[in-house]
Design a binder for this molecule. Structure first.
Ligand code: PHE
Length: 335
């Protein structure tokens, strides 16, 4: 017995393998139930009692050695197999830096999150649109000066095809394809022909909302917007609605929030008024409902629209709009 053990110990010392299959073969030959080391354990029964202690120890040492050796070989071989498959040897030695979410995406997601808690779902639509979805259906008569409110980019030679100037076009698509109740948010990029400066860009991002059902009133609109303002800018935020004009809503309003920097006391940011404007809103004009196939005698609705850049500026005090589209990681990493 002693001899067999020392012979096997020598063999274990020189275990070697070129592949994972070799390793498995070693395991089968020596450690499996029918393996040579296991056979020694079977014979252990016949060892005279006075030798059991010593032989038992030798056997255990042998088995541990064999197991360790086989595990080590297996690890070595699977490591090198992985290296060959996944390492990119053309990569530079510089550590790769992780990116961060764009501030506009962060704020957009927060807006969606807040409104989804009161039942709004998200819809999207094309950025290249036709005149009817952007203007026609929304109560902008042809040649109406209101079209000048949103300086439009037209696709060359075809004045019917244009870049959407607001995501209200997605609301047109929803109203013409779904039946009320409708409660939807339309986030997305919009385009307006404006000179690029620190405070204007030829594209920006909006989230617009639309709610149509029986008996929807201006009070519902105000409640939803107050809830949004408090969730977004803090519990102490107040709102103020000022009468305004949009072709697709009647009555229309613009909403201010109490300046989130000075808390409404007045500071350079709010031009010492204590208020900052954040969105446009109103009750959907019955003409719009009719045009989209919804009976204004039965249904009413509210709509609102805000610029994501605007909300982001209020939250993070970004002074120059152009930073949002320059992709400078030094800027993007700060959020
Ligand atoms: N569509 C308007 C804009 O882009 C915003 C708005 C949406 C106003 C809904 C009122 C109601 O300026």
């Amino acid at each position: 017995m002693r001899e067999r053990i020392s012979k096997l110990t020598q063999i274990v010392e020189i275990f070697s393998a070129k592949s994972l299959e070799d390793v498995e073969q070693l395991r089968l030959t020596y450690l499996s139930k029918k393996g040579e080391i296991s056979a020694l354990f079977d014979d252990f029964r016949n060892v005279p009692n006075e030798q059991k202690r010593e032989i038992g120890q030798l056997l255990n040492v042998l088995r541990t050695k064999a197991t360790d050796k086989i595990n080590a070989l297996r690890e070595q071989l699977s490591d090198s197999a992985q290296t060959a498959e996944t390492e990119d040897f053309t990569r530079t030695a510089e550590p790769l830096e992780l990116g961060a979410r764009h501030p506009l995406s962060l704020v957009k997601n927060e807006i969606i999150d807040i409104f989804s808690r009161i039942g709004f779902t998200v819809a999207s639509g094309p950025e290249i649109e036709d005149d009817w979805h952007v203007f026609g259906a929304l109560n902008f008569p042809p040649e109406h000066p209101a079209r000048d409110m949103q300086d439009t980019f037209f696709i060359e030679k075809n004045p019917d095809i244009l870049l959407r100037t607001h995501t209200s076009s997605v609301q047109t698509r929803i109203m013409t394809s779904q039946k009320p109740p409708i409660r939807v948010l339309c986030p997305g990029r919009v385009y307006r022909n404006e000179a690029i400066s620190y405070r204007a860009h030829c594209f920006f991002h909006q989230v617009e909302g639309l709610y149509i059902d029986k008996n929807v009133s201006f009070a519902d609109l105000k409640q939803a917007l107050l809830y949004f303002a408090k969730e977004m800018f803090g519990e102490n935020t107040e709102i103020r609605l000022r009468p305004s004009y949009f072709p697709f809503t009647e009555p229309s309003a613009e909403m201010d929030i109490s300046c989130n920097l000075c808390g409404g006391k007045g500071c350079p940011f709010c031009k010492h008024t204590g208020w900052v404007e954040i969105l446009g809103c109103g009750m959907v004009d019955p003409n719009v409902l009719k045009e989209c196939g919804i009976d204004p005698e039965i249904y009413s609705g509210y709509a609102f629209g805000m610029g994501i850049e605007r909300i982001t500026n209020l939250k993070f005090q970004v002074k120059d709009l152009r930073l949002f589209s320059e992709n400078d990681v030094r800027f993007l990493k700060q959020f």
